[in-house]
Design a protein around this ligand. Structure first.
Ligand SMILES: Cc1cc2nc3c(=O)[nH]c(=O)nc-3n(C[C@H](O)[C@H](O)[C@H](O)COP(=O)(O)O)c2cc1C
Length: 200
């Protein structure tokens, strides 16, 4: 009889432990979903610099992205020199906000992998890293925007020359980053008509 009571008590404890684990997961889920849905492109910034600690937070998040066969082709160039940022703004027609941004991180990809063959996944891996970086920026109160470089040949060449990239490394995008200025709101992109269940 005593043994039965002990068993019941142990089961109750196990269930309560499992429930508490589930609850804490739900707590994190809310925060993660809130972060995803709050992210927006921010193109105006204050003059406040981005700290070294914040830069590391962004880069750590970027490198936590999924990557084909765990190859991790991403490379990052961190630019905070005013002159360099201004010169890049001149060269990139859709990244004029670099003139105002105190920081840019250029997400680049090593385009070769095993036996020097072309890595067909570098753009996907670097895109995942870019999204992680944008979400991290949102989470720590920074504003950022993905500005396209690759595959536009002219922009790719300009940025590659500018950053002195090795020939096998391509710049996917430039991310101007800073403390947000003005009003920035996330867009609601939920469209059930874009979903197909089972087959199209
Ligand atoms: C591949 C890609 C390229 C983009 N290129 C630019 C760009 O060159 N300049 C820019 O201002 N925004 C650029 N954006 C940001 C989009 O304009 C923005 O994500 C879109 O309008 C949706 O707004 P949201 O990011 O606030 O949700 C780019 C986004 C992606 C994913």
């Amino acid at each position: 009889m005593k043994f039965r009571h002990l068993l019941i008590a142990a089961s109750a404890l196990a269930i309560s432990f499992m429930t508490s684990c589930t609850n804490s997961t739900n707590g994190n889920a809310d925060a993660v979903l809130e972060n995803i849905h709050s992210r927006k492109s921010v193109r105006q910034y204050t003059e406040e610099p981005v700290s070294a600690e914040q830069i590391e937070t962004l880069l750590r998040a970027a490198m936590a992205a999924p990557t084909a066969v765990n190859f991790q082709p991403w490379r990052f160039v961190v630019v905070s020199e005013r002159e360099e940022l201004d010169a890049m703004a001149e060269a990139l027609p859709y990244a004029k906000m670099l003139k105002q941004a105190p920081l840019a991180i250029i997400v680049c990809g090593e385009t070769t992998w095993f036996e020097g063959r072309e890595n067909p996944f570098w753009q996907q891996d670097c895109s995942a890293a870019t999204q992680n970086l944008l979400l991290a920026a949102e989470a720590i109160g920074l504003g950022a925007v993905w500005t396209a470089v690759y595959p536009d040949p002219e922009r790719t060449q300009k940025v590659s020359e500018f950053l002195n990239l090795p020939s096998t490394v391509k710049p996917l995008c430039t991310i101007p980053i800073g403390h947000p200025a003005g009003e920035n709101k996330p867009k609601d992109k939920w469209k059930p008509e874009n979903i197909h269940y089972g087959k199209w």
